[in-house]
Design a protein around this ligand. Sequence first.
Ligand code: SAH
Length: 288
Amino acid sequence: MNRNDTLSILKQLKLSPKKKLGQNFLIDENILKKIISISELTSDDIVLEIGAGLGALTFQLSTLVDKVYAYEIDKTLYQYLKTKFSSSPNIQLINEDILNANIPPHNKVVSNIPYSITGPILEKIFYKVSPPVGTLIIEKSLANRIFLKNSYKNFSRISINFNAFMIPMQKVSISPNAFYPSPKIELSMIKVLPRADIHPFLKSKETRAFFLEFISGIMPYKNKNLSNAIHSYLNTIKSDLISKNELKQYLASIDFDDIKLSQFKYDDFIVLSEKFYELLDQKMKGEF
Ligand code: SAH
């Protein structure tokens, strides 16, 4: 679907794109081809699409794979898609908020997603035991943080969390002109694969939630030393369970140097969250 097709459908539907829902429709056929080729689709694939919009990508996907689950929150777009794809039995359209949905099993995610909810989408889709392979268009600044190797300064919560579950493979910049209306932000297409070696601590729901909360808690202090960062985090949750001295002693006992957070490798943070979880547990039981 090019710009003219998109404009004429929107006119026919009496719709103007809703900013609140991140409606930026893909109008560049070359980018569409690139998403499809980079996704390496096979006839066995079960694909999730988040935010089907006017169905530009949905249809291409459906011709190549076994099944497409296409979520679209907008009622008018959903009705339009229902009619448009009435003779494509392998497209299942679902009129739900992806963030509240109970998503059927799938092995790939291919989507130009609503950019404003990228963080929650990444968490819901990828931060789990057997995440799918993904091809996504997301905001460039987030893509850059995901693709930072191990790194000083610019790394953030999303760099650590994403790399705990996924392997970033490919990143391609995309011009805002590939969309109607063109978004104010810059975008990238990314290809990501699930890690085969997801850390055991991230395999249960409870400890995974602990890890994510711990990372959110300490990352605002990424330029502090480890003991200071953890201590500042404990202050924000009003926990006086562990004194700074105790923390220092504990970190030394588990062989973690008291250096700046930005000097650790991403995977160190997983081990650290596990050790901190154990420490809290011992504290609760009065064993430390
Ligand atoms: N994939 C299409 C549309 C991209 S725009 C294309 O590339 O052309 C993003 C789409 O996501 C919009 O159609 C918007 O209505 C939909 N959307 C926004 N928030 C959503 C949510 N929480 N759940 C499902 N769909 C959502």
